[in-house]
Design a protein around this ligand. Structure first.
Ligand SMILES: *Cc1c(COP(=O)(O)O)cnc(C)c1O
Length: 407
């Protein structure tokens, strides 16, 4: 993909003039296109997409995704509320909590939201409280090691997520004891999964377990589709996954005796490539061993490079034809804060605008005020127009909840 200077005809440089830097920019068309791609890839099955809200949870982004025809998966009661504010009906929201208090479960049930049961004790508590009156889903840990990085692998045997597939007899015991109405089974094995085979292996675990449940309406394969982060990088071939998983799923449904829905929970796939973090070079400095570009952002705004060793492509918007120089691009946070190492860029001068790509997923949603820095604004390009969807924070925001004692 060439490095864009415009998004839907809007000049990225003009956005820096209008909104300042650092700035998160999202391409609404790209998000819609990703939803459509997934829908087309799974056209052979009754598909429901449940966007993983945590990837990027601005209410306007949730609205874009709803408009494209997808539902949502939420992992906190606050995300559930954001989804409701974006116009999702309770039936379009699935709540997949990880070890939350039962109060929160009850609050979600009270709102009419389906719960994805994540542990045996929760199944017990749920059964004692509701018996079989409330339909629910069960999150199974399929014991599959998958994903780009141990920190984003969630379906292996030592992961905290879900109920081990080896405990299926105990799951069935709890279901029978409380006559639980289990309408769905769920797995989510991790993030950055490239291979259709991983989804198929997960599918086989689901198919086998599903034969023990008579009231299912759907099987949920989770998210984790990989997107391209580097030039020439590969992304999950969703057409191939759709074809292979779709086929296996239809075969299973025949055996099961009923047509079920296939659910997916993509986060990254829908929003990663639609997002750009636009930043400015504050410093360019040469040390005996390396050249550094210091920018007006850091791990407080985009933590993925430091947290997951993630690779983010970036480019110099201000000097696209410059001489190539290798830089370490570093953030302004006072600890090691490397955004890109030994990266060849068009020569950077102080004040140049740099664009960090793939900033849509797990960018703003993981941003913090570390170093008492303010979070950037978010702009959505929609219908060829830039729309401010979150203001830049100011100092007032930073101290809003502090109680200043008199002494
Ligand atoms: C995070 C998460 C996802 C999305 O993962 P991606 O790698 O962003 O696709 C899906 N389902 C659940 C339950 C999650 O926690």
């Amino acid at each position: 993909m060439p490095n864009p200077t415009h998004i839907q005809g809007v000049s990225i440089a003009s956005l820096a003039d209008e909104f300042g830097t650092p700035l998160y920019i999202y391409d609404g068309e790209k998000i819609t296109a990703q939803v459509k791609t997934l829908q087309a890839a799974f056209a052979a099955v009754p598909l429901k997409i449940k966007y993983a809200t945590k990837a990027l949870s601005n209410i306007n982004i949730l609205k874009v995704i709803r408009k494209a025809g997808a539902g949502v998966d939420a992992v906190s009661i606050e995300e559930v509320r954001l989804c409701m504010m974006a116009g999702y009906t309770p039936s379009e929201i699935m709540y997949t909590p990880s070890g939350v208090s039962f109060d929160e479960i009850q609050e979600a049930v009270g709102m009419g939201i389906m719960i994805n049961l994540d542990s045996l004790p929760l199944m017990e508590q749920f059964g004692q409280t509701y018996g079989g009156s409330i339909p629910a889903c069960i999150r199974i840990n399929p014991h599959i090691m998958a994903g780009g990085n141990i920190k984003i692998s969630t379906g292996h045997s030592e992961s905290k997520f879900g109920i081990s597939i080896e405990q299926l007899p105990l799951i069935l015991e709890a279901v029978a004891k409380y006559k639980l109405q289990i309408v769905g089974l769920h797995i989510h094995t991790g993030s950055d999964i490239l291979d259709a085979e991983v989804f198929l292996r997960g599918g086989n675990v689901l198919f086998e377990a599903a034969m023990q449940f008579s009231n299912l309406k759907f099987l949920d394969f989770g998210g984790g589709f990989k997107v391209a982060y580097k030039p020439n990088d590969v992304s999950t071939d969703v057409i191939e996954v759709g074809r292979k998983v779709g086929e296996a799923f239809q075969e299973f449904c025949k055996k099961y005796g009923r047509q079920l829905e296939l659910w997916l929970e993509p986060g990254k796939f829908l929003v990663s490539e639609a997002g750009y973090l636009l930043v400015k070079a504050n410093v360019v400095k040469q040390s005996p061993t390396a050249a550094f570009v210091g920018v007006d952002t850091g791990l407080n705004h985009l933590i993925r490079p430091m947290m997951y060793d993630a690779y983010h492509s970036l480019y110099n918007l201000s000097n696209p034809e410059g001489k190539k120089v290798k830089y370490n691009v570093v953030g302004y946070i006072c600890e090691t804060d490397t955004i890109a190492s030994h990266r060849e860029l068009d020569e950077v001068k102080i004040g140049d605008l740099l664009v960090i790509k793939n900033a849509g997923a797990y960018g703003y949603s993981m941003a913090s005020n570390y170093n008492s820095r303010l979070r950037p604004p978010e702009v959505l390009i929609w219908d060829g127009k830039p729309q401010l969807i979150r203001k830049r924070e100011d100092f007032e925001d930073l101290i809003r909840n502090q109680q200043i004692l008199e002494f």
